[in-house]
Design a protein around this ligand. Structure first.
Ligand SMILES: [Zn+2]
Ligand SMILES: [Zn+2]
Length: 233
């Protein structure tokens, strides 16, 4: 005898042969209807698919959730999506074009080693993203997706600060890639909104011109944001 599928999440799979443009086109459903250990992650991914430009809604704490877990899911998701930016950066960022990890007047040393090293930009970016992903997946620091140990919260800010530099390097040295990626994904916009909302990166460390995080630009569409970037440079 077959039993009917009752869990909503069981249905949220792409069928074999689904074309990419049709993939992940699930209907957005409320958080309480997700029924799995990864409910919050699935909810966040569903929100992003539904409207990645609605930054306020994306970072808004869902009712009944705690801020620490919500930030955790966002950071994990940022790492996942930053990998797609890195793939694009790799087409023009290499040891020859960018022998050091720089952005504006800043040069960054890679903290992914026993002692900080002067890795070239693309190595810095890959090492940093791998390091952040490993840390966020670490059972030692993050043993549960449901509650975050207080002692692990101290990792959010350093992770965010380092991830920010990936955006900053892309902005200052690979502007076309940055802009086309941002127009497509609004990932930097989301990162800034998240940082602003939860105090992840100190304002004085934000070196990319301030186009995305002004409250009065929230309702602008992507093209407007992109034009403002060009005006400022
Ligand atoms: Zn580069
Ligand atoms: Zn390194």
């Amino acid at each position: 005898m077959t039993t009917s599928i009752t869990k909503t999440t069981s249905l949220r799979r792409n069928r074999p042969g689904t074309k990419l443009e049709d993939a992940y086109q699930f209907e957005h459903i409320p958080l309480e209807q997700f029924d799995s250990a990864f409910a919050l992650q699935e909810y966040l991914q569903s929100l992003i698919r539904k409207d990645k430009e609605n930054l306020d809604l994306l970072v808004e704490l869902p009712p009944g959730q705690d801020e620490e877990t919500w930030q955790y899911e966002h950071l994990r998701q940022l790492c996942l999506e930053l990998n797609y930016l890195v793939v694009q950066l790799e087409t023009e960022c290499n040891r020859e074009t960018c022998p050091e990890m720089k952005a504006d007047e800043w040069m960054y040393l890679c903290a992914a080693h026993q002692t900080s090293m002067n890795c070239c930009a693309i190595d810095y970016i890959v090492h940093t993203l791998d390091g952040a992903t490993t840390l966020l997946n670490s059972h030692r620091y993050f043993p549960s997706r449901i509650s975050i140990p207080d002692t692990s919260l101290k990792h959010y800010q350093p992770i965010s600060r380092r991830l920010y530099r990936i955006f900053a390097h892309a902005w200052f040295h690979h502007r076309e890639i940055f802009e086309s990626f941002e127009n497509e994904n609004m990932l930097y916009g989301r990162f800034l909104k998240l940082s602003d909302r939860y105090g992840l990166v100190a304002k004085n460390l934000l070196i990319i011109p301030n186009n995305y995080n002004n409250e009065d630009t929230d309702n602008n569409n992507v093209n407007d944001a992109s034009l403002k970037i060009q005006e400022k440079t």
